[in-house]
Design a binder for this molecule. Structure first.
Ligand code: SAM
Length: 227
């Protein structure tokens, strides 16, 4: 069964969390950040490794990296699927994509293909149906029902999905939430559903498991496409 999501699952227009992700704003944001992005993200490396490990990739498998940015996850994904596997990175910001390309070329990651596109429009049919998908700190993508529906339609039944990223900590952890607010304003174009960024994914993937990390400021979600 192919999981489906509908635009009606977006917050109602006019509600506080209604602002939809803005692709042009995201491209401008990451154009500014591209040159120093890898340094800024170095603190999140343990989470990246945890997320990739949770995908439980096997040699020969195909994996999607949605919003792959400068490609920091690509070497880990390529190593996990091996030379006979395939990694498809999708990224709409040309400056981030250029750095991802440099990384792939420098490391000669021949099993990696890159698509400069937003997730909702990515020509994913170029690759076989994937065995797994990674959404690593891609709040904007997770808040787009059409992007999720498009990606999930290109996964095999039983495919593994891992998402992680920022979320609001409990209300009383105001110091933590000040950090979340700053980080979210710096890296996303909408604060919609920051209390449950994984909600649309959970609607599509019954049984999605969500674990809080980092004092509740980050979530790690794991699930499978229904068979
Ligand atoms: C915080 S970065 C994460 C990059 C990478 N996943 C990582 O872990 O380093 C968020 C990325 O999502 C990308 N992005 C934003 N909107 C997107 C969309 N609609 N489709 C795909 N990627 C998008 C941004 O351009 C940016 O590279």
């Amino acid at each position: 069964m192919t999981p489906t999501l509908h635009p009606s699952q977006a917050p109602p227009a006019g509600s506080p969390g209604a602002a939809a992700p803005d692709l042009a704003a995201a491209q401008a944001l990451y154009q500014r950040r591209a040159a120093h992005y890898d340094v800024e993200l170095s603190v999140f490396e343990p989470l990246r490794r945890q997320a990739v490990s949770a995908l439980a990739l096997q040699p020969g498998e195909t994996v999607l990296d949605l919003g792959c940015g400068t490609g920091l996850s690509l070497p880990l994904l390529a190593q996990a699927v091996g030379p006979r596997g395939k990694v498809l990175g999708v990224e709409p910001c040309p400056q981030m994509m250029a750095l991802a390309r440099q990384r792939v070329d420098a490391l000669q990651l021949r099993q990696v293909a890159l698509l400069e596109s937003e997730a909702a429009q990515a020509p994913l049919a170029l690759a076989p149906l994937a065995d797994a998908a990674l959404f690593h700190f891609t709040h904007d993508v997770l808040q787009q029902p059409e992007a999720l529906a498009h990606v999930l339609a290109h996964l095999k039944p039983g495919a593994r999905v891992v998402a992680c990223g920022l979320q609001w900590a409990p209300w009383w952890a105001w110091g933590c939430n000040a950090w979340v607010l700053g980080a979210a304003l710096y890296s996303t174009t909408t604060l919609a559903r920051l209390h449950a960024p994984w909600q649309l994914l959970a609607d599509a993937l019954p049984g999605l498991q969500v674990q809080p990390c980092w004092f509740g400021t980050v979530f790690m979600a794991q699930g499978q496409v229904p068979s």
